[in-house]
Design a protein around this ligand. Structure first.
Ligand SMILES: *Cc1c(COP(=O)(O)O)cnc(C)c1O
Length: 398
């Protein structure tokens, strides 16, 4: 290799890092330790955890911990191969049966993560020149799935079904069409209009896929997801959810009709070419699905906490971006102010994350709080009082 060329790309990459630093978008990995839940130790300081997706507190639940340990004892630490080779240990079919019963669906497929599920499903189903219609605020893994599929990417304005319909109208009736949406949006904490999406899917002969990452375990009669909450599970073709958030573990699943799961088993490269999940992970996932079906109280506490937190922030004059869930963003605006806000919260003992472009639109940087069932009323009162103090100091609220 030519030495000058080498220096050239190294210089370019370093310049990009300097650029990110300059616009307050450079990320760093910080070690996080648990103190007593929901408290964390970051950089030696104790902070209230308002940043995790452990909505029901299940990741620390001893029933999951024991189930994980028991699975590792029985089946070993690793799966040793992909599912289609010899990695399909017995826990897979046990978890998939539990899922089918829970979601009242025909068939289920467990995959390695939510990210894997989205890139895998979209790229397996959609071909070059097919069209994917995707909400602008959908998760990055959905965007990556579309890129990988080489399909045409049509992004509609957040929750704007008129815009979606205009795009559907323009698409060729001969192309395969997929509409895909988060059910609970990870940045704004609001919900998709599933009823409207089902109407459009039927009218334009499209496939409809939903991502329940932030709704699994929380919405629906026994925590099956937002799709069940609005009773549209039979109208939606592909339902994806994860074990990694409210379910406190790791991994993801897809449920749908048998032919769909059959097809994915044959064509989903992210399933075929990656080692199966470690048994411990599936042990915990199975325990989690069993627990959320029974533990209605946990969901009720979470919803009560979230509503209380949203109301307190709104009463103080914060703009919470239409949140209706346990994900509660507070709009700040500029990147630098948002970073500063998050720093000030950390100094005061609150861990909440600044969300900046490109994750959200320019000038809509925000602090994203996530409420869990583990927070006490005192925790939330204190957190909002502290946030209001910082908000006044920085001129975000009057
Ligand atoms: C977190 C998330 C994912 C990715 O799930 P992982 O299990 O963390 O890989 C996918 N979609 C949405 C909407 C998410 O919030």
């Amino acid at each position: 290799m030519n030495v000058d060329e080498h220096l050239h790309w190294e210089e370019e990459i370093k310049q990009e890092l300097t650029y990110l630093e300059g616009i307050s978008q450079k990320r760093r990995l910080v070690t996080t330790k648990y103190a007593e839940r929901p408290w964390l130790i970051i950089n030696g300081c104790k902070m209230l955890n308002l940043a995790s997706n452990n909505y029901l507190g299940l990741s620390g639940d001893q029933r999951l911990v024991y189930a994980a340990a028991a699975a590792a004892h029985t089946y070993g630490a690793g799966a040793t191969a992909s599912r289609l080779i010899v990695g399909n240990h017995p826990l897979y079919s046990e978890v998939e049966s539990v899922l089918i019963n829970w979601k009242k669906d025909e068939s289920a497929l467990v995959v390695n993560s939510g990210y894997t599920a989205n890139i895998g499903v979209i790229s397996a189903l959609m071909r070059r020149d097919d069209v994917v219609f995707s909400d602008k605020l959908n998760h990055a893994s959905i965007v990556d799935g579309v890129i990988l599929s080489r399909a045409k990417h049509q992004r509609y304005r957040h929750n704007d079904l008129n815009h979606l319909e205009a795009l559907l109208k323009k698409a060729s009736p001969h192309k395969r069409k997929l509409i895909v949406t988060d059910t609970v949006f990870s940045m704004d904490g609001d919900m998709a209009d599933l009823e409207g999406l089902v109407l459009l899917k039927e009218r334009y002969n499209a496939i409809l896929m939903v991502d329940e990452a932030h709704a699994s375990g929380i919405y629906g009669e026994s925590g099956q997801g937002y799709t069940h909450h609005v009773k549209l599970q039979d109208k939606i073709d592909i339902k994806m959810g994860t074990f990694s958030k409210a379910l406190g573990s790791f991994g993801a699943y897809i449920t749908g009709e048998k032919w769909l799961i059959d097809y994915l088993t044959n064509r989903m490269r992210a399933l075929i070419y990656s080692t199966a999940l470690p048994p411990a992970v599936l042990g915990a996932a199975k325990a989690a699905v069993e627990i959320v079906q029974e533990d209605e109280a946990c969901r009720t506490v979470l919803k009560k906490n979230a509503a209380y937190f949203r109301k307190l922030l709104t009463d103080f004059g914060f703009h919470i971006c239409g949140s209706q869930s346990q994900i509660v963003p507070v709009l700040i605006g500029r990147n630098e102010d948002t970073i500063r806000f998050a720093q000030r919260l950390q100094e005061e003992g609150i861990a909440a994350i600044p969300i900046r472009p490109p994750t959200v639109p320019e000038n809509e940087a925000r602090i994203r709080f996530t409420v869990t069932a583990e927070h006490s009323k005192e925790d939330l009162d204190w957190a909002v009082k502290t946030t209001a103090h910082v908000g006044k100091e920085m001129g975000v609220i009057a």
